[in-house]
Design a protein around this ligand. Structure first.
Ligand code: NCD
Length: 308
């Protein structure tokens, strides 16, 4: 694979995506084959913003490949707190690590980083922009659950304005055949215009709706998201909007029997915990898939996928 960095999900062709998901499937089936494949390699995880799943799944992924991990989990414990630029931090870390996964509150920070080092850069979330490794996770989960990535109706619900997971997921899904997207959000949290333009250019059927109830009977996938508190300019708006959608068992009564419910997590209130025991709830399976696809991504970007 020619790709060196993963900044946006569209950096990968459909064929490259399929190869990576095939590799993840093989890792799940035969984990022992991969135990030593990153021996003597180091992953740096540079998180300038909070994270549980993304950072720890990257860490677990590198450990299961036999490699090592270094890094920081908050900007305050790095030299960013002393005023160091992202460029200088990356040039430095590039001297110590073989591959870097970074999360930063500023949109575009990973692009700047990629220009400053020859070490592969993975965007682990840049502001309200993109989150390609979450999308890899989502695609692997959907493919394993549904055995396909085409011919489906997907509802994305919640904060579609600031939710970077939604932006990357839509960019990825609109490349498959016969996809219909329902955008379920309050007026203030609609997807940005550039996402609508992308869907129109791809001739994907999409519509905006205000309630889960009006969409749910048609959906094959329901992708819930939390309202992104940290990207709001004032607390009042956040408080007013945060509980707009709460998925509960009552709302699921009219849903398909084989609906797949996803959520990148963390959950705040938007899915009632009673839903966790419904067989359609797959968000913790999704969190597990996140580790396997990141193993496949690390192997691919380091060019080690062919050696195994
Ligand atoms: C998401 C993120 O960071 O964008 N979390 C994650 O990586 N699984 C979603 C969120 O924070 O709401």
């Amino acid at each position: 694979m020619g790709i060196r960095n993963l900044i946006n999900i569209t950096d990968l062709t459909i064929e490259e995506l399929n190869q990576m998901m095939d590799l993840a499937d093989d890792i799940i089936e035969n984990p022992e084959k991969y135990y030593d494949s990153c021996r003597n390699k180091k992953l740096a995880t540079l998180f300038f913003e909070p994270s549980t799943r993304t950072r720890l799944s990257f860490t677990a992924a590198m450990m299961e490949l036999g490699g090592n991990v270094l890094g920081f989990s908050e900007a305050g414990s790095s030299s960013a707190a002393k005023g160091e630029s992202v460029s200088d931090t990356i040039r430095t870390v590039g001297c110590y690590a073989d591959i870097i996964a970074m999360r930063h509150p500023k949109e575009g920070a990973p692009i700047v980083a990629a220009e400053k080092t020859t070490v592969p850069i993975i965007n682990a979330g840049d502001g309200g922009h993109f989150h390609p490794t979450q999308t890899l996770t989502d695609l692997l989960t959907i493919r394993r659950e549904k055995k396909r990535l085409d011919n489906m109706v997907i509802g994305v619900c919640g904060d579609l304005k600031f939710g970077r997971t939604v932006h990357s997921l839509i960019s990825a899904m609109l490349r498959y055949d016969n996809i219909e997207i329902h955008l379920i959000s309050p007026e203030e949290l609609k997807v940005p215009q550039y996402v609508k333009d992308e869907m129109d250019e791809a001739n994907v059927k999409w519509k905006e709706v205000l309630t889960i109830e009006e969409s749910i009977p048609e959906l094959d996938i329901l992708y819930m998201t939390r309202v992104q508190k940290e990207r709001f300019f004032n607390e009042e708006d956040y408080i007013r909007l945060k509980d707009t959608y709460i998925l509960d068992l009552k709302k699921l009564e009219t849903a398909k029997k084989d609906l797949t419910i996803l959520h990148p997590l963390p959950r705040v209130n938007e899915i009632s915990t009673a839903v966790d025991d419904d067989p359609r709830a797959k968000y913790f399976t999704q969190a597990l898939c996140g580790k396997y696809i990141r193993m496949a991504l690390i192997l691919t970007l380091l060019g080690l996928n062919k050696e195994v």
